[in-house]
Design a protein around this ligand. Sequence first.
Ligand code: VGL
Ligand code: ZN
Length: 258
Amino acid sequence: MPGPPRGRHRESCVVIQSRIPQSTKMHGTSSRAGTLEQVMDRLDLRRVPRSSTALVVVDVQPDFMPGGALAVAEGDRIVSPIGRLMASGAFGACVATQDWHPRGHVSFASAHPGREPFDVIDLYGHEQTLWPDHCVQGSPGAELHPGLPLDRLDAIIRKGFYLRSDSYSGFRNNWNEMGERPPTGLDGYLRNRGIQEVYVCGLARDVCCWWTAQDAAESGFKTVLLWDLTRSVRPQGDAALLADLRRRGIVPLTVGGS
Ligand code: VGL
Ligand code: ZN
């Protein structure tokens, strides 16, 4: 299996973390001389106007952290580096998605008697993985992670709130009983803001980040998946995932810092 993809400035791959003073690790914005420039170099952001780029932070919520209801291994390792990226000011827009399910949601194994979490069923002609109950609206596990500088978010897109369909992508729901995938509004929001490039990070790499990146690319945004600022539910599928990203023209980029 190939290792994680490297960015084009490979020699400086830990620069974001290693050069930020500890005291400003989470939310600080001052006294980080050079930090913004370093981030922009690492992500090759100097080519384009800042106003045309957006960071999309997918589902960084306690339920996806180790010990959470739907734990993703090492999910906690990406919180600080994503927070630093949000605080860096390198992006024209900063958006988060929030998995936000009603009790009894169709994606919960508990809503399907006789089924277990991680079983796969047919739902409206498509595969649906059944998950443990997670990100129940209003529960602590559904909050956006308090370790993120939430004041930096321009918009929060909630998703997965229809009882009878899931929503992995931040752009549109999974298929509903009518065979439709209704949009969340994120595409219009980004377009209306003049965004042309979308940088995806968060959880989980192989579920909601992947689906979000696919839709971003299909929608015509230049799309970058910040590989090391994501973690997978099933890391054994990462090699195939990487190949799929490349096939779709989605750029996997390792930024360093997690
Ligand atoms: C996610 C499974 C179920 C995710 C959300 O955020 O990747 N995965 N709901
Ligand atoms: Zn979910």
